[in-house]
Design a protein around this ligand. Structure first.
Ligand code: NI
Length: 180
């Protein structure tokens, strides 16, 4: 495994529609290595999700993991390691909730984004087996954030009130609330 450079906002790949992965491509050593590198890079950077476009590969792969052992996510529910290839949202509830988001491609920024609180997503795992995932709360939020990356969207596109766009330091200083 190896660390890879993370694409930052402004890189055109972050604004592209990523390609679905064919079963043959998924088996390729280069794809399996990419998935391993994504995981290592996400953990090294302290993120809770990463996507192939953020690794400069315009393909539909997402990885999510929330480890509450990390102080930054101490008040968040754990999400076990989840890798989905060709993910799509197949249904969602009708409730939206505002919550803070950040992104490895927009280092140091945060903002409040409305997301569905419950959803179902489907895709395949790294071995090509069909998977269906039900997510709610923080997990549902991260899933929507990650799937957005595969369609050329970043969280700032979804902020309804840009007054909430803030640097991390100022967030800690002026915005953080209990449980926030
Ligand atoms: Ni992101």
């Amino acid at each position: 495994m190896a660390l890879r450079k993370i694409a930052r906002l402004g890189h055109p790949l972050l604004r592209d529609n990523a390609e679905p992965i064919t079963p043959l491509e998924l088996q390729a050593q280069s794809t399996q290595r990419l998935i391993d590198d994504m995981l290592e890079t996400m953990r090294d950077a302290g993120g809770v999700s990463i996507t192939a476009p953020q690794m400069h590969v315009s393909k539909q792969i997402i990885i999510i993991e929330v480890d509450p052992v990390k102080p930054r996510y101490a008040n968040k529910p754990a999400v076990p390691l989840t890798m989905i290839v060709n993910p799509r949202i197949i249904s969602h509830g009708d409730e939206l909730e505002d919550g803070w988001e950040e992104c490895l491609s927009l280092p140091d920024l945060r903002g409040r984004v409305p997301r569905w609180t419950r959803l179902k997503a489907a895709g395949v795992d790294r071995d090509g087996n069909a998977v269906e995932i039900e997510a709610e709360g923080f997990f549902a939020r991260i899933l929507q954030h990650a799937i957005d990356h595969l369609h050329g969207h970043v969280f700032v596109d979804r902020i309804t009130d840009l007054i909430t766009l803030t640097y991390q330091h100022e967030y800690e200083e002026y915005w953080r609330t209990e449980g926030g």
